[in-house]
Design a protein around this ligand. Sequence first.
Ligand SMILES: Cc1cc2nc3c(=O)[nH]c(=O)nc-3n(C[C@H](O)[C@H](O)[C@H](O)COP(=O)(O)OP(=O)(O)OC[C@H]3O[C@@H](n4cnc5c(N)ncnc54)[C@H](O)[C@@H]3O)c2cc1C
Length: 361
Amino acid sequence: MFAAIRSPRARPIRAAIVPAEARYLELSNDTQDDLYDITIIGGGPTGQYAAYYSGLRGMRTKVIESQPTLGGQVTALYPEKDIFDVPGFRKVAAKELVRNLTDQMMQYHPTLALNEQIVDLCPGDVITLKSRTGAQHRTKSVLIACGVGAFTPRKLPVKGVAELEGKGVLYYISQPMDFVGKRILVVGGGDSAFDFTLGLHGVAQSIIQIHRTDKFRAHEETVCAVKALKIPVMTFTEMKEVHGTDKVEGVTIFDNRTTEETYYPCDVVLLSLGFLSNLGPVKEWGLEIVGNAIGVNQRMETNIPGVFAAGDIVDYPGKLKLIATGFAEAAIAVNHAKAYVDPSSKAFPGHSSEKPTSAAH
Ligand SMILES: Cc1cc2nc3c(=O)[nH]c(=O)nc-3n(C[C@H](O)[C@H](O)[C@H](O)COP(=O)(O)OP(=O)(O)OC[C@H]3O[C@@H](n4cnc5c(N)ncnc54)[C@H](O)[C@@H]3O)c2cc1C
C-alpha cells in the first residue's frame, strides 16, 4: 500500500505543495492489485501532455512524479519566465502553461503519485515499478518522461554555502513575493540568473548580481533589460565566503583581477550556476542508454517491451530538447502504447476534433 493521489472528488490536500489546479484531488490508498494501462514516470510537460493523451485514448493512467509539484523543469527552474515557442501562444507564462497542462490532463482523472521517485523497473507482461519508499506500481505499459533525470543545482565550494543552504543560500525561487524587502545577491551570468534579477526587481529591497567574467550566457535582451533598470551587475567578481550562523547575514566578494575584497550585507544569496543532471537509477533499468539519454525508435519504444520514453530524456539523431518536441513525442508514444496494451486498437486514434464535444468531464 502507498499513498497516491486520485481524482476526482473534492478534498483539499497538501495545499502548500500541490498545485492549486490539483486542489480537487484527494489522497487515497492504491493497492498492489491496481493495474494501470499506462504509468507515466515524470510529471513535467511531456508527462503531463502524455497523461492527457492517454486519457483521451481511454487508458487507465497513473502519473508518478518525484517532486511535490507537477511541471518538471518549467515549475522548478523558471516558473516566472515567459515562453515564446509553445504552439498556439504568442507567449505564455511558464506557470500558466503548467496550469493549463494540469487542467487539460485532469479532465480524465489520472491517478497522481507526487513526491514518489521510481528507482527500479521490472519488465514483464505486467511491469512493476518500485519507488524509493518501497511502494510497487503495476502497469501494462510505461512511459518514461523523466526529463534530464533528477537534477541538482551546481554548488559553489565556498565557505558558508553548505552550512547556510536553505537559510538564505538558495538555488532557485518559485515565488518572488517571498523576497519582499530582502537584500539579495545573485550569482551567475546565464538566463536564469538574469531572469531572477529581473523578477526580483521592485520586490527586493536591493539586488546586486555578480559574475566571474564579462561574458554572459543570457539572451542579450534580458541583459539589456537588467542594465536599463540600472541594477548593479559586477563582472570579474566572485564570492569568497557567506557569513551568518542561523541565516545569511552577508558575503565577502572579490574582484578576480585584483583580489580586492568587499563585504556586502545581504539576506539571500541566490546561486544560479546551472544544474547537473543525472539519469541516476534509470541507467540501471536495462534500457539502451545513448550518452545521458534513452535510445528510442520512431514509435518512441525503448528496447524493453511495453516501455516507451519521450521528452528530454530521449535521444535520437536531430533531437531537440524543447517542450514542443516533448509534446509530439508524448502523443506518438501514448498512441503506440495504446496499441501495445490493446492490439485491437489503432495507433492513430483519428482526430480529436472528430470526437464528441467534451469527451471528458
Ligand atoms: C531555464 C530554462 C528555460 C527553458 N526555456 C524553454 C523555452 O523557452 N522553450 C522550450 O521549449 N523549452 C525550454 N526549456 C526546456 C524545457 O523546459 C524542457 O525541454 C522540458 O521541461 C522537458 O520536459 P520533460 O517533461 O521531458 O522533462 P522535465 O521538465 O525535466 O520533467 C521531468 C520530470 O520527471 C521527474 N522525474 C525524474 N526522474 C524521476 C523518477 N525516477 N521518478 C519520478 N519522477 C521523476 C522530475 O522530477 C521532473 O519533474 C527551458 C529549460 C530551462 C532549464
